[in-house]
Structure formats: C-alpha cells, structure tokens
Design a protein around this ligand. Sequence first.
Ligand SMILES: [Zn+2]
Ligand SMILES: [Zn+2]
Length: 164
Amino acid sequence: MPMGKNGEPIIVAQPEETQYRCPKCGSATVQKTGPYGPYIDCLQREAKTCDFRAGVPAGVPCPEEPETGQLVEKRTRRGIFYGCWNYPNCSYTTNTLEPGKMTKPRGADERAAANMKLLERSARGKARSQRGGPGHPPPGRRAEPSGDAAARTMRAGDDDTASR
Ligand SMILES: [Zn+2]
Ligand SMILES: [Zn+2]
C-alpha cells in the first residue's frame, strides 16, 4: 500500500463508514470509490481476516435474510435488477424495489434448494472459468485464440456440415 510522508496510507477518496454490518464477520463496513464507482468493503479486509466486498446497497434489506442481506443494483444487457450481496450464498433477486411488487421471499425449503443449485453452478463456473450467474460477469474477457485463420477455416467447415 502506498504510504504518505507521515506513514499513513494515501487514499484517493476518504472511505466512509456505513450503517451496514459485514454479513460475513459482523464488522463495520466502509464505502470506497474505485475506478468503476463506489463499493463497500468490510473493514477487516485490511487485516485480511475477511474478504467481503460488494456494491453499494440500494437501501432495502434482502427479504429472505433481512438481518444480513442487502439488495444491490445489478446492471446487465437486459436491464437492471437487484440481487442480494450475499450472492452466491443467497439467490434472491427482484426486478423492482417497489413495496408490494418485489419478488416474494421464498419458503425455507425452496430457498435452500435454489441456493444450493446456485452454489454448485458457481463452483462449476469457476472451475471452467465460464460466465457466472446473471449480473455477475466473469472477471476478465477471454482472449480470442491465436491462429485465427485455422480457427476460421474449422468453423466454416463446421457450419457447412451443419447446414446440410
Ligand atoms: Zn467482514
Ligand atoms: Zn439475501
């Protein structure tokens, strides 16, 4: 970490402590601003005892776990939705935060099944380094394979056989 003259870390924008508690360790969280906008970090990240980081909560708790869950705005090509910041440990999503129109919290069994599936998918996705769930794009785009010409010829061949 870069240090100032007096030994204190250089901070671009002063992190602000938030009203939210870290859902992983219960510690205080701070809002920071990065190149992609504001985000929330657990205060314990600096001590490396917790790795929690999330988008800034929209201000509505997750209906399925209001104690620890906060809904965060997610942007995808198909529009905006809200997901729980405990993803992938919580699979709750809703397209609106309007009271009465939000996705209803599911029963404990249904939730457990959905969350289990999500965790499995997320583990498989990580293993294959494929894309994650909606609103959770992979960390980096896969580079185009080199050997373009060969690949193109092969693809063209595949198309031919497929169309016949
Ligand atoms: Zn934490
Ligand atoms: Zn949740």
